[in-house]
Every structure is written in structure tokens, then in C-alpha cells.
Design a binder for this molecule. Structure first.
Ligand code: ATP
Ligand code: MG
Length: 960
């Protein structure tokens, strides 16, 4: 047998279409986060979104449904994590295809349709298809002979291919009580070559056996009982069908590959990974586990983030964090040391975005969260694993001496493993991976217990909820205390985002959950006060800086190392090093500046020494956008006029947004000119110079001040002007003079741009790199908005656009240069086809009309025709009306409609009998006019049939 080769997307589609054809309603997948079900961490089967329907507390407008449900089995009752990566058929995230009957059809149809789809539609081999049904191993519940009989009745079903299994395999229960029933599974024999246990003596391949030869594909659950207690079942008044088929598994069978990962669902991800790792296909397959784990986990993480589950410390967020970190660690096994998961996730979005649009919508969130989490992990993983290794070494030493060479080398205490998480963000699952690689185990219960204790100790929640404006007094109090202790001066925290991207100082205060604390630990969201900061605080549209605050560790002293031999190496004691990722900045009260962030390793303490460093790469992106914003502002003045003043702006790392006053949309030509002028100014390599001066002077010099901004007496100005070394010595003096005193010189010395601005800027315009306008649109009445990118953002945009263009070219089978030409040809073809179609329709209308021509009604001796001719225009109707008059030169009345158009003709003799063409149109509810024998008009409500039904009566009434 060779199964039909369909793509994964087509297989999903044929499943859904098949059941829609059988009266099912296609229902979208529900979120991975179960709605209103606090007991369940993740949606783990198709049933979750229909649970209440089975319980009878929810009703749906349909009785049959079909879906493909996103599932996660990585926590709780269903946890397949151990198998993921090791086998080819279990994932953390997977899709479950299902058809559903809510009190409608039952076993007969469910089994017949499953068979038809698998055998007739998809072409599976009957001889390899097996079914299991329920037979109670405890002898209490009746066997499901009904299902067994239906299987045997299927055309071509092989004798002996129904097998009986007990409660564990073939009885499904929702919970301790509630709906339940027998199930029937479909298994597929993939052939002896799939058996991975041939070398084990006595091994026999079997359905539900322990080798990979028989693959469970599809589970049909028949819900017919309500469980009242351990031994009490009552029949349900209505029976239901709930089925679940592993999508990736059926794809692997239909595409005839020996692993879910070799289906087209993973092709792109594997390709991306392989090219990053520089492996050949053979090399990849020789050590496939890391590839499997990374592809699986990245896909899962992408879907989780799209459903709002971002990496974090507790519950679902912990799972997101864990799988991302685990994927990153497996990356190191194939030599990947830079963040790479976003690149894999791009391919996931590409493969799945069509069916799951939430992925495309959340693209930025997915890519950003993955990379950020990878970066966080990279900062601690090495130290964390070094500590773990020490613990494992010690464990092995003590165990081997105690057990004297016995195989089981021991289990690491769960509290120890939790410490590694709390300090270095090393999730339990990763510690266990590492331990297992060395024949050791980690105690999971202990880890969970320690985690729960910690959560209780740290107050459960961790949001910065309290810090939101109402905490001004609280921080003012902290400021007062610090001033009393002489740790802060009268102006409070010193702010210098211009020259100090790196600042050292004492941790003056740590605030967690609205309380000042002595120390914080991994995962806590903290507010940190230092004596000074170089982090920019959002203002004038420029966003906050982000970065890191770390423990400032003095050079390790050799003595201390000797006094207390540290098991952790690197001369550091536990708890000394810590790091906080700063994600935003606040000024909650005058003189107080806080860095808000998350502890990503260790335990920061108030009073400790720290170093705070701004993320400079990001800051540079921001500066490029800020300087470009000034250039854009100036260019708009040149192209549109002085009225195009700034009305708002956003300066972020990935883009800039600029709102300005202008009454109408810019023309394409104006947009192009502005873009060119800015890029010329970039290329001119002008100098960007900040200066402090009095507000009055700056305004008098013509510096652009922004409406609605508050300015102090001393203001900061940003001048962008051609470099001084391009000017003569006297001009230089003039320029410097001009900067201080507003004189007439300023006019002809023309600065390119001169604005009041507190933001951070480049030194020279050429550092902007490139400037591209992404969009121009309306922001409000009389206000336009431009969005643009620079530097790296511009490069990304060009690269993306280029890729799209390449794909378009390849879809058109042309070179990039030929794309416009090919599109023009296609458009011509479409126009020709449209014309052809119109002609075809007209001739169709004509033959319909001719047919009706001999089939008219007579009213008072007059031949009356009332007819709608779809898809025609007035010309066609008129031609047809002429034909009518040719056939009936006397005693004829015709009313023809198409869409809203109506035409009526009346022969001369009938006009004489008192019936005019326009009157007829009016009589049937239309509007129009013309000659007595021919009129044209329209039907306001567009209901041709209703209008035509009035024709006979109107003729009858008007005819004398
Ligand atoms: P298995 O015994 O293979 O783990 P299961 O009995 O746990 O399967 P069900 O709970 O009946 O599976 O789920 C229905 C279908 O979903 C299965 O028949 C299988 O095809 C698929 N499936 C189950 N778990 C996974 C997983 N972790 N990854 C991919 N597909 C799965
Ligand atoms: Mg399972």
C-alpha cells in the first residue's frame, strides 16, 4: 500500500471536511489555558472545551462537532515530558483531531466513519489496522460487544483484529465521579522494522505492547455512564461520542515516515536548526534527540506564548520557562551558543500560522519572549550547572562508598534542586536531565514541596500591583530615611542617562510587593534604589532603558577560599552573586528613581554593592530612532511647511512613531521626498550636539519647543548641524557664538535641526544607518502619523521584504526583476477572463430569455413578460427588451430586472390603452423615467422578485 501523500495541512483539512460533510460543525480549538477550570493547568485533550456539555451544564447550538484541539501534556495527570525527545510519537504540545456527538449518533456511525476516513479516504492498509475494545478486568462492567461487532462489520475488516483490554487502556473517566464509558482505540501496525526491541529476548510485538511497531492513532470514547461512586454506575439518558486522534501521528503514517519529526510539520524547524548547527542530514539523524527536543519545545513555547503564557516562576508560566530553558540547553548539545529559539519559532509561525492565526498575531511577543528568556538563562546556566555538578559529584562519592559499587547511584535531595532553581533559575526538569545523564535521579516530590514552601514564604503573588502611583508616599518615606542616614543628598537619586551607562553603588532599598525587604530571591519582581542611575526614564516619547543590576563582587580573596572550601568553584560563595534584569524605570515620587525588574539569579540584599548597566545595544537602537525623529521633523518642515509641528512621538528600540499637524494625507511623492531628505541628512554625517541653556535663550534662537511639554528654567537643546571641520575657522566661531547668543548669524548658519529635548542621541547622524518609513496615516483630526525604522530595524525590514519578494518571484516562476511584468500579465489575463465571463453570462441570459419568450402570460389580450436576468447590465436588458418587441410588435409589455436595474417596454398600441412604461416602473415600486414606450429605472429596495410579482396586477389595473 502506498498511502496518498498529503501535506499536514491537507490532512487536517480532510479530517475536518470529512466530518463537516457528515453534518458536523467545525469548531475552533480552544486556548491551551482552559477557560474557567482552575483544576487543570493546560488543555490536554479535545474534551476539555466540551466538558460542560457532557456534564449537562452547557448547551451548544450543534449536536455534532469536529475540531483540531491544541493540547499540552507536560504537567499533572498527563505528563509525557519523559518520552519527548526519546521517542518519535510523543510531544509536549500536539494537536488532537476529534469528532463529537452530543446525544446524537453513537458507536455505529463513529466506527463506520472512522473506518471510511482511514481506509477509503486516506488509503490506510486494512490488514495493518487494529481495534481494541473494552472488557472489564474486574468483571463488573459489561464488555463492549456492541463496538466489537461494529468493527467486524466494516468492509474488509480483518478477522481477529478486534482485541479486548481492561480499564487502564479502554475505560475512560472524566474524574472520580461523572460521565464515563468504554473506549475503542485504533492502532496501526507500522511493520517489523519499527520494532525497537528485537534484541530483547522473548520480546513479542503487540498492540499496547512496549515497542514502537504498533502505533496508537485514534481513541473513540463512548460516554454512556454516569459514575456516582467507586462501584456505582448509572446509564446516562443520552449517550455521547468523544474521539481524539494524534494529528502528528496520522501525518507520519500518511507521509510514510518513521518519526513525527520527519513529517512536513517539522521540516522547516529542522532545516533552520540544521543550518544553524552546520550539520548534514546524516549528522542530524545520528544524534536526533536534541533536534527532537528543541523542535518540540519551541513549538510548544510558541503556542503557549500566543495563548498568553509567558515564562515565569509559578504554574503555567513555570512550564513555559522550563521548556524554553530545556530547549536552550539542548541547543548547546548541538553547539548553539547564541540565542536561536526565535529563529526556530519563525518556522513554527510559518508552518502553523495559517490554521492558528493567533501565532501570526503574537509574532513579536513569541520571538521577544523566547530570546529574552534565552538570554536570562545564558547568564546563569553555567554557574548553576557547575553547582549542580558539585552536588552530584558529592552525592556519587557518598553513595558509592556506602553502597560499594551498587548500580543505583542515588537521588539528589529535592530541596537542593530547588535551591538551584531559586538561585540560578535551573528548572527541576533540567537538573533531572543532567542527573540522569550520569545515572542519578532528582527527588521530584522534595522539589515541589520546597517550591510550595517558597511560594508561601514569599507571599504567593509577585506582581508589582501596589506600585502604581498610590505608592508616592511610601517611596517619599524611604527617601527621607535614606537622607537621614546621609545615603542620599537633598536631590535624592542622581540621574545621568547621558554619560553613565554603567554605575556602581550600594543597594539602598529593595521593594517587593510594596514592602521594603532585606533581600529578594529568584523570580521576585523588585524595585531597586541606587544612589545614582544611568537608566533613562521614559519622557518626551523615548522609552525606558532596560538592563541589568548585578552584585559587585570584589576580587576573590585566596584566604577566604582556604578557610571555607567552597564546593562551588570560581572563588565565590553561594548567595554572593546575583542579578536583576531591569525591565522598566519609575520615578514614583520627587527625588526617587526606581529600577523595576526581576531577580534572574541569586539573592540580592539591601546594603550590598551593585553595578547597574544599561542594555547598550538596545539603547543604541533607541538613540538611532531618536536622532532620526529630529531629522524627520526637520524634513517634514521642508516638504510640508512650518505647520507640520510635532504633536506626539514614540521612540522605541524597534521603531519610531511621529505625529504631526497636517490637514491631509501625504502624497506618495511627499513621503518619498521626506524619506530621501532624512537619508541624505544621515549620509551627511552631521554632528548632534546637546547643550544646556536658559529656556528664554533657546526659544529666542528658534529652538522647537513642544506644545504640552513642561520645561524648567534650564533646558537641554539638541542641535544637528554640518560638522565644524567642514566650515572655516570664522564660521566655527560664529557657530559657537550662535549656540550661546541668538544673533542674526544663526539665520544663515542654518542648523539642520534645533530642538529642546531631554532624550539621548547619537553623536553623528551617520550612525542612524538607514531610515525607512513604514506607514503614513491619520492619528486624529488634523494630525498625521508616520512610523519608521532605522539601523537594525531597517535592515530587518529590508530582509523581510526581500524574502517576501523572493517568495513571490518563485511563486510566479520569475526573477525578482520580472515580478511587476509577470503581475501585469496576470492582471491582463484576469481582465480578459472577466470579459469572457461577462460575455458568457450575457449569452446565458440570452438563452434563458429566449426560452421564456414563448412562455409569456396574457392579461386582457396583452402579452406580459416579467423576468429577472441575473448578472446583466442595462445594455443587455435593453437588447433583450428590443428582442421582445421584435417578437411582440403589438400587444406587448415586458419588465426586465437585473440587480437593482429595471427596464420596461410597452408597445405603441398598449400605450394608447393608457399604460406608459414609466408608470409601470412606478407601479411596481421602482423609480425611473423615459419615453412612454420604454423606461429605465432602479429598484430602491433591490428586491426584484417582489417587484416582478406586482407586474401582472399593475398591467391589469392600468389597461383600459
Ligand atoms: P499513548 O498511550 O500513546 O500515550 P494516550 O492513550 O495517552 O496515548 P489519548 O489520551 O487516548 O492517548 O489521546 C488520544 C490520541 O492523542 C492518542 O491516540 C494519540 O494518537 C494522541 N496522543 C496522545 N498523547 C500524545 C502526545 N504526547 N503527543 C502526540 N500525540 C499524542
Ligand atoms: Mg499517553
Amino acid at each position: 500500500m502506498s498511502p496518498k501523500k498529503l501535506t499536514g495541512a491537507e490532512i487536517r483539512e480532510t479530517f475536518i471536511d470529512f466530518f463537516v460533510e457528515h453534518g458536523h460543525t467545525a469548531v475552533p480549538s480552544s486556548s491551551l489555558v482552559p477557560g474557567g477550570d482552575a483544576t487543570l493547568l493546560f488543555t490536554n485533550s479535545g474534551m476539555v472545551q466540551f466538558k460542560d456539555v457532557f456534564l449537562g451544564t452547557d448547551k451548544r447550538p450543534y449536536k455534532r462537532a469536529v475540531d483540531s484541539q491544541k493540547c499540552m501534556r507536560v504537567a499533572g495527570k498527563h505528563n509525557d515530558l519523559d518520552d519527548v525527545g526519546r521517542d518519535d510519537t510523543h510531544h509536549t504540545f500536539f494537536e488532537m483531531l476529534g469528532n463529537w456527538s452530543f446525544g446524537d449518533y453513537y458507536k455505529k456511525e463513529a466506527i463506520a466513519w472512522a473506518w471510511q476516513l482511514l481506509i477509503d479516504v486516506w488509503g490506510l492498509d486494512k490488514a495493518r489496522t487494529w481495534a481494541t475494545v473494552f472488557k472489564d478486568d474486574q468483571g463488573n462492567i459489561p464488555s463492549d460487544e456492541e463496538a466489537a461487532e461494529y468493527w467486524r462489520l466494516q468492509p474488509g475488516f480483518q478477522e481477529g483484529h478486534v482485541l479486548y483490554f481492561g480499564r487502564k487502556d479502554n475505560f475512560w473517566e472524566m474524574a472520580e465521579t461523572g460521565p464515563c464509558g468504554p473506549c475503542s482505540e485504533i492502532h496501526y501496525d507500522r511493520g517489523l522494522k519499527y520494532c525497537d526491541r528485537q534484541h530483547i529476548e522473548g520480546h513479542v510485538c503487540a498492540v499496547n505492547g512496549d515497542c514502537a511497531r504498533f502505533l496508537e492513532l485514534w481513541n473513540l470514547v463512548f460516554i454512556q455512564y454516569n459514575r456516582l461512586g467507586p462501584d456505582m454506575l448509572e446509564p446516562l439518558p443520552a449517550t455521547h461520542v468523544d474521539t481524539g486522534m494524534g494529528f502528528e501521528r496520522i501525518v507520519s503514517v500518511l507521509q510514510d515516515v518513521d518519526s513525527n519529526y520527519k513529517t512536513d510539520l517539522f521540516t522547516e524547524s529542522l532545516d533552520v536548526l540544521r543550518s544553524l548547527a552546520g550539520h548534514t542530514e546524516k549528522e542530524m539523524l545520528a544524534d536526533f534527540t536534541p533536534y527532537r527536543v528543541i523542535c518540540d519545545h519551541t513549538r510548544a513555547a510558541a503556542f503557549l506564548i500566543a495563548d498568553g503564557v509567558v515564562p515565569g516562576n509559578v504554574g503555567r508560566n513555570y512550564v513555559a520557562r522550563m521548556i524554553i530553558r530545556r530547549a536552550a540547553r539542548f541547543g548547546t548539545k548541538i553547539g548553539l551558543t547564541e540565542p536561536f529559539l526565535a529563529k526556530v519559532a519563525e518556522s513554527v509561525i510559518e508552518t502553523y500560522g495559517g490554521f492558528y492565526p493567533e501565532l501570526t498575531k503574537s509574532r513579536t511577543a513569541i520571538l521577544d519572549n523566547l530570546t529574552r528568556e534565552e538570554i536570562r538563562f545564558a547568564r546563569t546556566v553555567e554557574t548553576g550547572t557547575a553547582h549542580l555538578q558539585n552536588l552530584l559529584d558529592r552525592l556519587r562519592d557518598t553513595q558509592t562508598s556506602a553502597l560499594n559499587g551498587v548500580e543505583n547511584l542515588g537521588t539528589l535531595d529535592g530541596h537542593r534542586a530547588f535551591d538551584l532553581y531559586a538561585t540560578y533559575g535551573l528548572p527541576f526538569e533540567i537538573s533531572r536531565d543532567i542527573a540522569r545523564e550520569q545515572g542519578l535521579e532528582v527527588d521530584e516530590e522534595g522539589f515541589k514541596a520546597a517550591m510550595d514552601e517558597h511560594r508561601i514564604a514569599s507571599g504567593g503573588g509577585k506582581a508589582m500591583g501596589v506600585i502604581g502611583g498610590e505608592d508616592a508616599e511610601f517611596f517619599a518615606g524611604i527617601l527621607k530615611d535614606l537622607q537621614k542616614q546621609k545615603k542620599l543628598g537633598e536631590h535624592g537619586v542622581e540621574y545621568d542617562p547621558y554619560t553613565s551607562p554603567r554605575v556602581e553603588g550600594e543597594v539602598l532599598a529593595l521593594v517587593v510587593n510594596g514592602e521594603s525587604v532585606a533581600s529578594a530571591s529568584f523570580g521576585d519582581v523588585v524595585a531597586v534604589i541606587l544612589p545614582k542611575t544611568g537608566f533613562y526614564i521614559e519622557s518626551g516619547g523615548q522609552v525606558d532603558d532596560t538592563g541589568y543590576i548585578r552584585a559587585l563582587i570584589p576580587n576573590p580573596s585566596p584566604e577566604r577560599g582556604r578557610e571555607s572550601p567552597s564546593p562551588f568553584g570560581r572563588g565565590q560563595g553561594e548567595g554572593e552573586s546575583w542579578e536583576i534584569e531591569v525591565t522598566s524605570m519609575r520615578r514614583p515620587s520627587a527625588g526617587v528613581i526606581v529600577h523595576v525588574g526581576e531577580v534572574i539569579s541569586g539573592q540580592p540584599k539591601a546594603g550590598g554593592q551593585a553595578v547597574a548597566e544599561v542594555d547598550l545595544a538596545r539603547r543604541h537602537d533607541i538613540m538611532r530612532n531618536h536622532t532620526a525623529t529630529h531629522l524627520l521633523h526637520a524634513a517634514l518642515h521642508q516638504v510640508l511647511g512650518e505647520h507640520a509641528r510635532q504633536a506626539g512621538s514614540l521612540v522605541a528600540p524597534d521603531r519610531l512613531r511621529f505625529d504631526f499637524n497636517h490637514p491631509e494625507a501625504m502624497t506618495a511623492e511627499q513621503i518619498e521626498r521626506v524619506e530621501r531628505i532624512v537619508n541624505d541628512a544621515v549620509a551627511a554625517d552631521m554632528e548632534v550636539s546637546p547643550r544646556l541653556k536658559s529656556r528664554a535663550d533657546a526659544i529666542a534662537e528658534g529652538a522647537m519647543a513642544l506644545f504640552g511639554e513642561k520645561y524648567g528654567e534650564t533646558v537641554r537643546t539638541i542641535t544637528i548641524a554640518p560638522p565644524l571641520n567642514n566650515t572655516t575657522a570664522s564660521q566655527t566661531m560664529e557657530l559657537e557664538e550662535a549656540a550661546v547668543h541668538p544673533t542674526a548669524v544663526v539665520e544663515h548658519m542654518s542648523k539642520y535641526s534645533y530642538e529642546l529635548c531631554g532624550g539621548t542621541h547619537l553623536d553623528r547622524t551617520s550612525d542612524v544607518g538607514a531610515f525607512l518609513i513604514i506607514s503614513e496615516g491619520s492619528a486624529a483630526a488634523g494630525v498625521r502619523r508616520i512610523e519608521a525604522v532605522t539601523g537594525r530595524g531597517a535592515y530587518d525590514l529590508i530582509a523581510r521584504r526581500f524574502k517576501t519578494l523572493k517568495q513571490t518571484a518563485s511563486a510566479l516562476k520569475s526573477s525578482i526583476e520580472e515580478v511587476p511584468f509577470k503581475v501585469a500579465i496576470l492582471q491582463d489575463e484576469i481582465a480578459d477572463l472577466k470579459k469572457e465571463l461577462a460575455a458568457l453570462r450575457a449569452s446565458q441570459a440570452m438563452s434563458m430569455f429566449t426560452l421564456q419568450l414563448s412562455n409569456v402570460q396574457t392579461v386582457k389580450d396583452v402579452n406580459v413578460m416579467a423576468m429577472d436576468i441575473p448578472n446583466s447590465n442595462a445594455d443587455t436588458l435593453r437588447t433583450l427588451a428590443d428582442q421582445f418587441r421584435e417578437k411582440y410588435p403589438k400587444n406587448g409589455v415586458a419588465v426586465l430586472t437585473s440587480g437593482r436595474t429595471v427596464i420596461s417596454v410597452v408597445t405603441e398600441d398598449v400605450v394608447k390603452r393608457g399604460l406608459k412604461a414609466a408608470d409601470l416602473i412606478a407601479a411596481i415600486g421602482g423609480r425611473g423615467g423615459g419615453r412612454p414606450n420604454m423606461a429605465q429605472g432602479s429598484l430602491p429596495d433591490g428586491n426584484a422578485n417582489e417587484a416582478l410579482s406586482k407586474v401582472i396586477k399593475a398591467v391589469e389595473e392600468k389597461l383600459k
